[in-house]
Design a protein. Sequence first.
Length: 62
Amino acid sequence: MLKQGISLAEAAKRLGVSQSDLYVAVQKEQISTFRTDTRTVVSLGALKDYQIRRSFISDHKP
């Protein structure tokens, strides 16, 4: 079974963040990625997980 995913540029757009902010999150392993033959992509599940964690954290900041 092939994994489905979206490009890092598309993931940044969907999250409403800059590509550089997304790259930092990927580098800090806050969002999971995987490699296809030629590119690094984000699964839709990983994108949703990150969105949930990000909203939870922002909702609970003092």
